[in-house]
Design a protein around this ligand. Structure first.
Ligand code: FAD
Ligand code: NAG
Ligand code: NAG
Ligand code: NAG
Ligand code: NAG
Ligand code: NAG
Ligand code: NAG
Ligand code: NAG
Ligand code: NAG
Ligand code: NAG
Ligand code: NAG
Ligand code: NAG
Ligand code: NAG
Length: 529
């Protein structure tokens, strides 16, 4: 959430430079010493109908480059299928020779798991699964597994003035985003991206291609909504869409006095929380977040409201501002009515909601962590968080560029997890999240992300969680590659859900075909490159 951090990468990257970069990460990597299964995989793919490329192909960098420049991996091969039969053929080859498989949709995984999270996997790039078709009688959109969020939003708007709830950045892919949660300001009205799925078409580990929904292969349908990376390649999403709101108010208030002291910062957040949970004017039409931006040099409260400017000015704005003990700087604040598609375009920050279907590569060099909680924040963890932020991370004293965003997921009338949807409805543990915190740090693309940057973000995260009495978790779509597998499972799924997923994994993917460093294990984690 917030402006998308985007650096368009020039496609003059050569496979040589990519190779060199990956060698920094894994110094022992050398394709000529790859083992027999790797050679057999390539032969099997050659024998099949599945089109694929390898490291020396001039197109390789376009496909292998993922969003997080800090984590670049070299797949054994990349298939770019046009048909489900070609996906099946590729999956069958990989299973036969014990090569792990991952899908790539938008390539925006924080951990670069679409390229495997380590060298030597088979990547299935879904860029040709890019159709968007709205049935404007039922409101169901049928969408290819490689579609980007901006194109999705524009497509269903063009075909019938429909809308979906999802994240703000146009280049993020449907494949990762919709199957691991998926939040935007509209989520309090529409639910998480995942909650809008009504059916999926998927290639499974055994190579079969099936359509699943709540009354057909319900277990598969269940597992894919929360853990698709461990269970299959989703080729088609069936999504229930919404009538696009007529007017969207885009608001952002800046609070410079909240930067002056930890007390003011804490009181400002507690004010926002008090408003969010207790004001009678808050309903699903309001989505908001608090951002500490630019290394704690800006503090803002921002979001969207589906309703008229008159009602926003009369009800929401006064109640929000009254709850916050410091005044906003009006010259740095804005309240603007616009239409749905303009609002999405502005929030996307690129001047264009759609991105090209081929050869689109964006990058940032970053690391991020998250904290989720399903109960309201006590004052202490918020104070500790700002204490750490203001003492260790302010302005040019910060070790890296960073920002934090605290988004409201729950609260009065939130449609996230409405109708009793919980972890028995889908393999997702965050339906009752109230707040989701993201701590995100980055450095320029041509620099090495420093270890002290990782330590700083750990420190910021821990300052908050160490002071929390309530339990907390982490957000599955802000996947944190520094967590070991055990920590990751506990934070993303929790024990009961993880057990159920493990038993489904044994049943549906006993050969551990769909693998990344934090995927659901079959027994123990035994795969070695
Ligand atoms: C700039 C930026 C902005 C973001 N903004 C938001 C936001 O506003 N809200 C929010 O909730 N999140 C946001 N995110 C996080 C984002 O939701 C996740 O990173 C998401 O998982 C990315 O999806 P992807 O398809 O682009 O990623 P990929 O890297 O392609 O895939 C991620 C994982 O999902 C698997 N996968 C992908 N497609 C499929 C498929 N079709 N079938 C099975 N498995 C699949 C991959 O194998 C991989 O393990 C943002 C991320 C970035 C980088
Ligand atoms: C890779 O390994 C081969 C065989 O051991 C060796 O000849 C070659 O120099 C190595 N290449 C690199 C880049 O290390
Ligand atoms: C590929 O096809 C050739 C010729 O038909 C066959 O000899 C070989 O075993 C096949 N290889 C694999 C890995 O399927
Ligand atoms: C797959 O589809 C793309 C775009 O539709 C086309 O350019 C490409 O030639 C096709 N590839 C194969 C192997 O059929
Ligand atoms: C619904 O779809 C039909 C056929 O594609 C089209 O003619 C009609 O204009 C669409 N309705 C809206 C509201 O866009
Ligand atoms: C593959 O697994 C699915 C799900 O368990 C099952 O429905 C299907 O029959 C299996 N196909 C084969 C060929 O075993
Ligand atoms: C499946 O979903 C449909 C439509 O949402 C619903 O009517 C039905 O009750 C659901 N069935 C099950 C078994 O959950
Ligand atoms: C909406 O607010 C965001 C900040 O939250 C800003 O970047 C964007 O430009 C605004 N758009 C409009 C239309 O006001
Ligand atoms: C709403 O409030 C904003 C300032 O917060 C002001 O610029 C705008 O004119 C107001 N609009 C209406 C219709 O009251
Ligand atoms: C904190 O906020 C109060 C109330 O707006 C303000 O008077 C004060 O100057 C701010 N700064 C500090 C350091 O407390
Ligand atoms: C937006 O993107 C589309 C497709 O990528 C392109 O055709 C169009 O020219 C772009 N518009 C602007 C204003 O850049
Ligand atoms: C944030 O810190 C980084 C690293 O010290 C620095 O390069 C950047 O300019 C800082 N940004 C701001 C707004 O102070
Ligand atoms: C899994 O790991 C545990 C502990 O390391 C070991 O005792 C057990 O035998 C392993 N199970 C399998 C199936 O490898």
């Amino acid at each position: 959430m917030m402006g998308c951090i985007l650096i368009l990468v020039s496609l003059t990257l050569t496979s040589v430079s990519l190779h060199a970069k990956a060698q920094v990460i894994q110094p022992t990597f050398n394709t000529t010493t790859w083992t027999k299964p790797y050679q057999s995989l390539l032969q099997c793919l050659s024998n099949s109908t599945s089109p694929f490329i390898t490291l020396t192909d001039p197109q390789w960098p376009t496909y292998a480059t993922t969003f997080n420049e800090r984590l670049q991996y070299i797949p054994a091969a990349i298939t770019i299928p046009n048909t489900t039969e070609q996906i099946t053929a590729a999956v069958n080859c990989a299973r036969k020779y014990g090569i792990p498989v991952q899908a790539k949709s938008g390539g925006h995984s924080y951990a670069s798991y679409s390229t495997g999270g380590r060298n030597g996997i088979l990547m299935i790039d879904l860029e040709n699964f890019n159709s968007i078709s709205l049935n404007n009688r039922t409101g169901i959109a049928t969408v290819g597994g490689g579609v980007r969020l901006g194109n999705l939003a524009q497509g269903i708007w063009d075909q019938g003035r429909r809308a979906l709830g999802h994240g703000t950045c146009p280049g993020v892919g449907i494949g990762g985003h919709f199957t691991h949660g998926g939040y935007g300001y509209s989520s309090r009205a529409f639910g998480l991206a995942l909650e809008q799925i009504v059916a999926l078409e998927v290639v499974l580990a055994n190579g079969s291609f099936v359509k699943v929904h709540n009354e057909s292969l319900g277990d598969v349908y269940y597992a894919l909504r929360g853990a698709a990376d461990s269970f299959g390649i989703v080729t088609t999403f069936y999504l229930r869409t919404w009538m696009a709101p007529k007017v969207v108010i885009n608001f952002s208030y800046s609070f410079p006095q909240a930067l002056e002291s930890v007390e003011n910062a804490t009181a400002t957040f507690m004010g926002v929380q008090n408003f969010s949970l207790h004001s009678p004017v808050v309903n699903r039409n309001l989505g908001l977040g608090v951002t500490l931006g630019g290394n704690a040099t800006s503090y803002s409260v921002h979001g969207t409201y589906f309703g008229s400017i008159g009602s926003f000015n009369k009800t929401i704005a006064p109640a929000l501002l009254e709850a916050i003990p410091v005044p906003p700087a009006l010259n740095e604040s804005s309240v603007r009515p616009t239409d749905w598609i303009t609002s999405l375009t502005m929030l996307g920050g690129e001047g264009n909601l759609t991105v090209p279907l081929h050869g689109f590569v964006q990058q940032d060099n970053f690391y991020a962590k998250s904290v989720t909680t399903n109960v309201s924040f006590a004052e202490e963890p918020i104070r500790k968080f700002f204490e750490y932020a203001y003492s260790a991370g302010k302005g040019l004293n910060a070790p890296i560029s960073w920002f934090s965003i605290i988004n409201l997921y729950g609260g009065p009338d939130s449609q996230i997890g409405a109708e009793g949807r919980n972890e028995s409805w889908a393999a997702y543990a965050g339906f009752d999240d109230l707040w989701v915190v993201q701590n995100y740090g980055n450095v320029p693309l041509d620099q090495t992300f420093p270890q002290r940057g990782v330590q700083f973000l750990d420190g910021l995260n821990n300052a908050m969680t160490n002071a929390m009495n309530q339990s907390f978790n982490a957000y599955l779509n802000y996947i944190d590659p520094e967590l070991d597998r055990d920590e990751a499972w506990h934070l993303y799924y929790g024990e009961p859900l993880f057990r159920r997923l493990k038993s489904l994994k044994r049943e549906l993917d006993p050969g551990d075909v769909f693998w990344n460093p934090q995927s659901i294990p079959v027994w123990n984690d035994t795969w070695v490159a």
